[in-house]
Design a protein around this ligand. Sequence first.
Ligand SMILES: O=C(O)CCC(=O)C(=O)O
Ligand SMILES: [Fe+2]
Length: 647
Amino acid sequence: MWPQHPYAVALAAFSSDSRVLVATMDGTARLWHVSGQLLQRFQHRGTVTSAEFSKNELLTGSWDKTAKIWKLRSPKAAGLAQKVLGCFSCFQQSRDDCITLEGHQHAVLSACYGPNCVLTASVDGTAKIWDRRGVLEQTLQGHALGVFSASFSADSRLVLTASWDRTAKIWDAARGVCLKTLEGHGLAVRSALFSKDGAAVLTASDDGSAKIWNAGSGACLRTLARPGHAIRVAVFSPDASVVLTSFDDGTAQLWDAGTGLCLQTLKGQVRPLLAMRRGFLGGAGVSQRTSPVAGTLATACLMQFFQAQSPVCLIEDRLIGPSPCQVTKAGCTTESSAPKKPKLRRCALPTGNDVTPARTLVLKQAVKECKRLSGCAAVTAQVGRDFLLDEPYDWHFKTRTEPCEPNSGFRSLVLPKAEAPRRTAWPGPAPLAELWAMGAETVLEDPPVVRFEHFLSDEEVAYVKHMASNRFEKSSVGMTYETGTSSRTSETAWLSRREDNLDAVLVNITARITRATRLGNENMEPFQVVRYQVGQEFQGHQDYLDEQESQVCGGRIGTFFMYLNDVPEGGQTHFQHWNFTITPRKGLAILWWNVNYTKLQHGDFRNGKNMDAWHQSLPVIEGEKWVVNRWLHPYDFLTPYHQGRLR
Ligand SMILES: O=C(O)CCC(=O)C(=O)O
Ligand SMILES: [Fe+2]
């Protein structure tokens, strides 16, 4: 029987000898025998992003910026430990059993073995080659943005990297120099692999296509496209005659590599292939080192794995199945009292029994969020045993369409490490002259309102839109997050998952906002992407919310506002008291302050609400309008927000 995990599953990897590694979003990875026996447990400080087996070792990469090489215990020893210590208490790996590869500046997104070495790829834009003892040998530097995956050619002489910067690169492994850049994809390249004979390269991109390239000349030979659906990973069969692509929406397709025709479409569940999202199977089951059959099997296995879950409440890509250790099963029931009355929906998060007061505090927040976001009338949850309060967590939950109809959308709640909010001394707003030096133009001199043309590049705009695209919900207003109001009729997508804070593109944009505002990422509410359709608007309002004044973060003293497109007609931002109107322009950013500017300059952030900052979004008349808010606070907003202590 498949195990139940208390947290969202980040990836599953298969060994050739019937072992399955399942990593959850809390940074834990567990090694199971297919029979359901828990063999070993490994702990990272962030979500595990990749895993690869090698004889008696396991290589993992993680959001915690490291890769680790773990010694695997023999199944016999693991069995004994399990007997003695009980099923979920399977002891953790001791430090001596693990080598940590430290040196990346950001999350490690892929890690794989090479000949006597290890190859890692990171959000920091580099790939690194290490020896097996963890000593850094080579840094492959040249991508403009984060690197999703890195892999060797079969003869190990070349390295292939796939990057957010929309290219793949071929490198000389020994010298660490870039030999070829494969350009042609319209969005991030998620995975890139050599064919077994090294003659061809296969790339998969968020732009909805996989491309086959001549590895020698760098010419694109064929494009396998399903527009509108991001491809997470694409793999060759051993003779490179067939390509398997896995899409964002859970579909997989088999293609004839020669003709470019689609041979078969496998409509899977979203969840199984979420595990392939970052090309995990590319690292585990389907690299050219394993057969494609293994790859396809791995996919099939994974589907089965997830389909085996009990058809009850569903926690986003988390395994919910019969548990080997009787962790209480999550349940979800539908009750309808009278006809036409809305259904009472009950959903439960997976439960455990080790609840301390401190944990309850965090959990209460999870339940509240679950209720609010899922629309379920009742949500019950307890914290599982593996819950560690001082570890950052992502809680992902989703009520099923069935039997919890009509709820849909996926929501996530971030509960990171409990740390004290930072109350940094803010030097106050940058003087106009300083903003001009950064390329700003004055919209209003007193109080200063400035605009930055082309603040966002076209790539950044495309990237942010892409990131937001599957997260939209009805816009809300105020701290009560009242939705469906007639004053704000747009849709909103928050880029507020913990991982978003490490996203290279967002980090880059934030760095520029910091220059203009002198406020750090922690002082800003997460990126709030807003989309308006024809007729949608946001009527007159002030961004400053009185309720926030007494909170640790202080009020929304300023707004950094970005436009993601030109709107054919309508959709202007109108400031009636200040008497100016901004016409949306792709990449344009506006900075204004919502409080008395003189007080702000003197470090007085309270009671200064300036009603002159009243503004509205005029209705869109033709086309769509996409914008981004980053609301600014004098004190740390993000830490208490992630801890659920704001409301
Ligand atoms: O979309 C606009 O132009 C203004 C939006 C706005 O003011 C807000 O989201 O607070
Ligand atoms: Fe506003």
